[in-house]
Design a binder for this molecule. Sequence first.
Ligand SMILES: [Fe+2]
Ligand SMILES: [Fe+2]
Length: 246
Amino acid sequence: MRLMVFSDIHGNLEALQSVLADAAQRNVDRSICLGDLVGYGPNPNECVSLIRSLNKCRCLAGNHDAAIFWGMSPYGMTGAARKSIFWTMEQLTPENKNYLQGLPDRLDILNMTFVHANPYNPRGWNYVLDRKYALRSFAATACRNLFIGHSHRPMVITRKNILSIDLLEVSGSRNIAVKDTKRRIVNCGSVGQPRDADPRACYLVVDLKKEVFEYYRVEYDLEKTVKAIRSAGLPALLGRRLMNGT
Ligand SMILES: [Fe+2]
Ligand SMILES: [Fe+2]
C-alpha cells in the first residue's frame, strides 16, 4: 500500500491544491491528514471543504482546529495565531465547524499510529524535535511507525535499539529507506506553512512494502496566498512567514 500523509494546511488553499495535484501522479491508495486544517491562512472554508470531499482520506484534529471550538484556548497562542483563530471562527460555516469538532486525536492502523503533535499528551501539543521527546513518544506507543505533524519541520527519527536513536531533518524532495531500523517517528512537514526555510509545500508518501518514506516539496502560487492574507485583513507577518518558509 502507498499512503499519502500530509499535515498543517493552515487555510492555504493554493498549497493544498498543488500538493493534491502532485500526489495524484504518485499511485497513492489512500491518505491521512494529521490536522491543523485552519489557522493562519486566508481560505479555511475552502480547505476544510476540499479535504471533506476527498475519497479514502482520514483526518485528525490539530491544535488550531481545536481552538476554533474552544477545545483549547486561543489566548495561549502568539498574537498573529490568535488573531487568525478569531478571524477563522467568524469565517467557517457551521458544517465545517462541526466537521472540525468531530475529528479524532489519534488513529491506529496496522503497525502505524497517527497523531497531530505527540502520542503521550495529545492535547498538550508538545513538539517532538529532540531525543527526550522522541523517547517519550516511543515509550507511549507500541507501533513500528508513528506519524506526526505540528512542528512544520520534516523529520525522520529512527531507533535501531533502545540506545541508538537517529534524528534526521529532511530537506528537499528525497526518499528515505528505513528497512534496517526497528521503529520510526516520522514528521511529514507542513503543506501550508513550512518552517524549515524552504517555502515550498511539503508532504509525504509512505511505501509500506518497500519501507521507504518519499518526501515531496511542491511549488505553489505563494503570491496569491500572500495577497489573500492581505485582503482578508490578517496580520502581514503571516504572509512574510510563508515567503521565508519560517
Ligand atoms: Fe500547525
Ligand atoms: Fe499544530
